[in-house]
Design a binder for this molecule. Structure first.
Ligand SMILES: [Zn+2]
Length: 177
């Protein structure tokens, strides 16, 4: 788990992320979470991409097995169940704090008026995208984003069990870029 500041991503790390996404990774400012093998699972992305477009999802879940696991939970209608957790006052206030922490982390990479106050995944009051919430939970560590934590607890995927196409490729000394 990693929140800013981040070490500059290496060419090998960016190459793994591009492979995970099936397209060239854009605007990556850091590797925010990793598989047990060292490969990225979450990247931090600049709030404004090079082409000028605003990008609210600062913590972006890139690992194919992780994104598939979140899609499965969404298909199984887990989102309404997790949203119901917000009826608890303590969970709701933790979720609001997670929203604020998300914005504070992103603000370190510039202010983007178009997405001012907009975090990701439905925060601070709704549950709209488990990929974004799990991405935040993986980056921030357990105990910051209660809904992201709950989604990860329900998922078949875990960063503790490597399911990478090329385990450890991001740590390769060879410049894969
Ligand atoms: Zn791995």
């Amino acid at each position: 788990m990693t929140t800013p500041p981040f070490p500059t991503p290496t060419a090998a790390e960016i190459a793994v992320v591009s492979d995970q996404l099936g397209r060239t990774a854009r605007g990556v400012v850091g590797i925010a979470a990793r598989c047990v093998c060292g490969n990225p699972t979450v990247v931090a992305t600049a709030p404004r991409l090079d082409d000028g477009s605003p990008f609210p999802t600062f913590y972006y879940l890139t690992h194919p097995a992780a994104t598939a696991a979140m899609s499965t939970l969404e298909a199984e209608q887990v989102m309404p169940e997790l949203a119901a957790l917000l009826e608890d006052e303590d969970v709701a206030s933790a979720y609001l704090a997670a929203h604020r922490a998300y914005l504070a982390d992103r603000a370190q990479f510039g202010d983007v008026p178009e997405i001012d106050g907009v975090s990701a995944g439905g925060m601070p009051t709704r549950v709209k995208c488990l990929h974004a919430l799990a991405g935040h939970a993986l980056a921030a560590g357990t105990g910051v984003n209660p809904i992201g934590d709950a989604a990860l607890a329900r998922a078949a995927w875990s960063p503790e069990r490597c399911a990478c196409a090329h385990p450890g490729a991001a740590l390769s000394a060879v410049d894969a870029g």
